[in-house]
Write a new protein. Structure first.
Length: 289
């Protein structure tokens, strides 16, 4: 449901766009965004990469306001991947400082707008100042009932799935009498399909032989970082790159993709409107016909 009149959310619509076509009943509940292109934006202007990241902050601000106004319930932004530590040290240090300063500066304003701020990823590896800023934002906004802003920082989807599986194993073995983390004696080479002769033995047989509980998709989902959220309905990627970059691999199984050539610092509410209009005319089948 729109939280403001549509002409206030999109006051000066560019030619070729019609905000009145946006159907508030078809606004995606969860939007995920891969914010790409800060470095190229800066390079085109003869600036360093950190200048591009700083310019991208304003695009984040505008997206948060607009997404909240149109009724998006969850907005997940890919801020720093677990692979981004490989970037030049001065860029990484600058980004960590930028995250900390931005969170401290924006938290109270987000709180006034009833936005809840949370993070996903291995945040324990962040520098103390950066981690503390995210934790303060969470503590301030955790009881808010408006849109949830999910900041993916030191995040990798493969790592998330591994963490979910490990958490599930701890839960399962703790709840299984007589089993420990290493008590897998019921599985032999043959039942596990590890020998040539027994290669076609099914995993189901191995699990049943070891008397281990079966793992379901629901089991994995409830141990993900995003366990309490709906899966993304719409995934937006800027800068024209056609890849998902290890982002929410489990959760985007049925998400609709929208890719724009626009570089992230130039992404504004009207680019977001284009993404929403594209999304709402698609027929989602979830594997059906």
């Amino acid at each position: 449901m729109f939280h403001k009149p549509i002409d206030e959310i999109f006051p000066t619509v560019p030619a070729g766009l019609d905000a009145s076509l946006l159907n508030e009943e078809r606004v995606p509940a969860h939007v995920a965004v891969i914010m790409d292109g800060n470095g190229r934006w800066a390079k085109a202007r003869g600036k360093n990469r950190l200048s591009g990241h700083k310019a991208g902050i304003e695009a984040v601000r505008e997206l948060i306001r607009c997404a909240s106004d149109v009724g998006v319930r969850y907005l997940t932004i890919y801020s720093f991947s677990s692979e981004n530590w490989r970037r030049p040290q001065d860029e990484v240090t600058g980004l960590m400082d930028l995250f900390a300063r931005t969170m401290l500066a924006e938290a109270r304003g987000l709180h006034k707008e009833h936005v809840r701020v949370m993070t996903i990823g291995r945040t324990e590896a962040l520098p103390p100042k950066t981690r503390a800023a995210f934790e303060e934002a969470w503590e301030l906004t955790r009881d808010n009932t408006g849109m949830t802003l999910v900041v993916a920082v030191n995040y990798g989807a493969r790592t998330e799935i591994v963490d979910a599986y490990n958490a599930l194993m701890v839960e399962r073995f703790s709840a299984t009498p007589g089993k420990s983390h290493t008590d897998l004696s019921g599985i032999t080479e043959e039942t596990a399909g590890l020998t040539v002769d027994g290669f076609d033995a099914s995993l189901t047989e191995a699990i049943e032989h070891a008397k281990l509980p079966r793992i379901t998709e629901e089991d994995i989902s409830r141990h993900l970082y995003t366990a309490d959220m709906p899966d993304p309905d719409l995934l937006i990627r800027t800068s024209g790159e056609m890849r998902v970059s290890n982002f929410l691999l489990w959760q985007i199984a049925y998400a609709e993709f929208y890719v724009t050539d626009t570089l992230w610092p130039d992404f504004d509410r009207y680019e977001f409107l284009r993404a929403l209009l594209s999304y709402q005319v698609r027929e989602r089948r979830w594997g059906g016909v």
